[in-house]
Design a protein around this ligand. Structure first.
Ligand SMILES: [Zn+2]
Length: 275
């Protein structure tokens, strides 16, 4: 599949995919375990109250839109036929294909932005959609608001044939992952990485190399991944953030993040190197 992001798109076909959210969950079709996104024609006959619609781009030449439902939950239970359900976006990771997940993530970000930027932050006038780019504009003062994206670094720190993995308090039991943290204003990505590793586990790193990136729509992050080498120091965890951290070799591995995450890709990169 190929996804081409887009803005201003006129007209809507029956075959268009409608990424429809209700209370933060995505409406999906379940065809005997095969999860898919509903088309306009799947939904238009149901008595649904749709909110504003946003064009997202084309997935394999099929236009994609996102919207929200304004129905109350008791009427929804009556309207929604068998085979349609609402799922947490995160639960679809690895269940739908990567491109569909990426568009669903974009949809979720746009819906989140739309609902949290309804008024101008400068003069409180209701915002309007800007037609020529993905933005909102204030008809009162001209202030333009773009969807919020929060960059975060994520890094595999390697020491000989071991990788640094840590457990944040919020992780499910037993799960360890690579370190990650949000970029602060005025900071470049390398500085952010070195600061995060120093703050969270008290060690220094060198030889930082770009690895890849992944939009992470929970709710609006962009994960920028790097590999790095241990340069000095002893593990001393920040107890507010982490419950444990340590050096792991391929022979003593804990539970790691699910496939489809860039954290998993970083850890698999380490596995391949140390097989
Ligand atoms: Zn304004």
């Amino acid at each position: 599949m190929v996804f081409e992001p887009g803005i201003s798109y006129k007209g809507i076909e029956n075959t268009a995919l409608l990424f429809t959210f209700y209370e933060g969950k995505l409406l999906v079709k379940d065809n005997g375990g095969l999860i898919g996104i509903s088309t306009v024609s799947d939904l238009e006959m149901l008595n649904l109250k749709f909110g504003p619609r946003h064009y997202l781009g084309n997935l394999d030449s099929i236009p994609c839109y996102c919207t929200v439902l304004y129905n109350d939950s008791s009427s929804l239970t009556e309207i929604i036929p068998e085979g349609i359900s609402f799922r947490q976006l995160r639960s679809l990771l690895g269940i739908v294909d990567d491109d569909t997940f990426r568009v669903a993530g974009l949809a979720s970000q746009i819906i989140n932005w739309d609902s949290t930027h309804r008024y101008c932050g400068r003069c409180a006038t209701p915002m309007e959609i800007k037609e020529d780019e993905r933005a909102k504009i204030c008809p009162g003062c001209g202030f333009v608001s773009f969807p919020r994206i929060s960059p975060a670094i994520i890094t595999a720190v390697v020491r000989d044939s071991s990788i640094l993995l840590a457990r944040a308090h919020r992780f499910p039991p037993g799960l360890y992952s690579v370190l990650a943290g949000f970029v602060e204003p005025g900071e470049n990505l390398e500085e952010c990485l070195k600061r995060e590793v120093r703050e969270e586990v008290g060690i220094e790193v060198k030889n930082v190399h770009y690895f890849g990136s992944q939009p992470w729509p929970f709710p609006h992050s962009l994960m920028i991944a790097f590999t790095a080498e241990y340069a000095g120091g002893k593990i001393n965890i920040d107890k507010k953030e982490l419950s444990d951290a340590g050096w792991f070799s391929p022979s003593n591995f804990p539970e790691i993040p699910t496939k489809g995450t860039i954290a998993r890709e970083l850890i698999e990169w380490f596995f391949k190197k140390n097989r």
